[in-house]
Design a protein around this ligand. Sequence first.
Ligand SMILES: [Zn+2]
Length: 644
Amino acid sequence: MLMLMRCVKSFPAILLFVSVIPSTHAQKSPIQIVADLSEAPRKLFHAEIDFPVSAGPLTLISPQWIPGHHMPSGPAGSFTGVVFTANGKPLEWRRDDANLFEYHLTVPGGVTTVHAHVDAIVTRRISQRMAALEWEALMLYPAHIPVKDIPIQPSVKVPAGWGIGTALKPVTGGDYPVPAAGSITKFAATTVEQLEDSPILTGLYFHEYSLAPTIKPQHFLDVVADAPEDANLRPAVLAEAANLVREADALYASHHYGEYHFLLTLSDIAGGMGLEHEQSSDNGVGEKGFADDVHQLAESDLLSHEFTHSWNGKYRRPAGLYQPDFATPMQGAMLWVYEGMTEYWGNVLAARSGLKNPQEYKDVLAATAAELDYTRGREWRPTVDTAVSASILRGGNPAWSNWRRGQDYYFEGEMLWLDADTLIRKMTQNKKSLDDFAKIFLGKGGNTGPLIVTYTFDEVVRDLNQVVSYDWATFLHDRVDKINPHVDAAGLAQGGYKLVYLDKPTKSARMIEASEGRRGGGVDCWYSIGLRVGADGTIADVLWNGPADKAGIAPGEKIMAVNDKVFSKDEVLEAIREAKNPTKPVRVILQADSFVSTVQIDYHDGERYPALQRVDGTPAYLDDIIKPLTTPEKAPEQKPDDTE
Ligand SMILES: [Zn+2]
């Protein structure tokens, strides 16, 4: 994922509009694809696909590089039961020896349609009561043609009684969005590029909520859950989601969709998800993810992040991350804009909308800044390399990940864009801000339907200079391309705050820990002894060059006892407190594979947890940034703004 710098000089030239209307050179009649999700509870999808063809060689392909994943995660390996026929007779096929996503066939003379049957084994985003279809799970289409030029008409069949949420336009009316049992819902023809960007959410417990109906075009929140009560979102959540629509409308002042659908699953089985699309987003949280303020805080920027991607990432896309097919490798060097600026706006919009309160915003920002500052891998790896390497950094074992670095371009980007926002405010006495940049950069061309308009580094610099003149190229290069041993905390300082460490966690940190207790319940002593420990004592990660590392402790080892007491979260914290007496180290009995050893951690500064502290006498731009731009139609449920 290297940045592809296309040299462009003037505004009209940089607008590479990618039309959704197939070119005149493309095939005329659309591929017909019917996705059969009626066996979703059995973890199977099926597709019947008809391709208009002419006699001769035919190569069909399925997507490999998936937009939003930024990696070659196409599910071709899950395709099974693939059978091609022509006029009812089987056609031989052979997979390409090098590109395993390609099927080679020969179309006999006189044949005008090839039919494909595909089964897909599905393991994610699916339960007994719901399914989310990202179309790459079933799609095949002719290879070596730009996917924007391939017309396709989708249809879907869902289990009886299940509702459908999607940004696709139904052309069969009547019983939509809950079709009659056994019926097939047909959607308007689109392109392979757009269909890949238009998932379908379906489920038994289905609700479609209209959000902020005075804002045009329309916005919908389509919800499915494993239990009927979970699909009934709290009035406060619906009010905050409507605020989000109003706030994004005020911030971006343009839109690039016909109508927008937030697709949301609440399920402990279907799993977490946040995948952006231009006219919708695929969002997944636990079954109680929005049931109360404690659970909501951990998910508070999910909808705002994915919604922001409609502008930043989908409409405006780094040139290296746009490929005319889904087969050419993507190049991620500018993900600190695509994801990093989205991370920034996602959190700001969540605060402006009330999805989290101002103190929660600041507490979470403190946690982000501290996490980055203690990521030791920043001593050898610049942020740009986390973006270039995105496709090999996602997921994996947490062991030594602070020395390796992860997909840090998200949070490094958040700190960078906070720095830029507060710097603009400082230089203009708070008359201008990054809001102005967002309107320029993300709103080019005004309101449009779904389009992809690519950009380069130079355009980012030019648009920042339209807001306020500054050496933005150096500003960005210094933060992205250079080795920076410490986090970019300038945005906090310019915003009127500083990062400090207290002897107890912020209320928000305790809430997030409580909401994740079911999954974890361990102990986080990262900023003291340098350990993250699971509920059973197993060490998830060790801070590189921290006290536990210096004591020789390694990830994967298990803490059996602390200061002669059997391991528990409380005993670990008690031992850290006791060690403030400098004569007493933290004594740990460890199990490593089948061996046991005792080590002493030489650490005497007590518990430490990050927080933001106001710097009196400086402008509080951070507080200005998260003030709502609009007046809520309906006040959301008040959350206590605890400043402890
Ligand atoms: Zn994102």
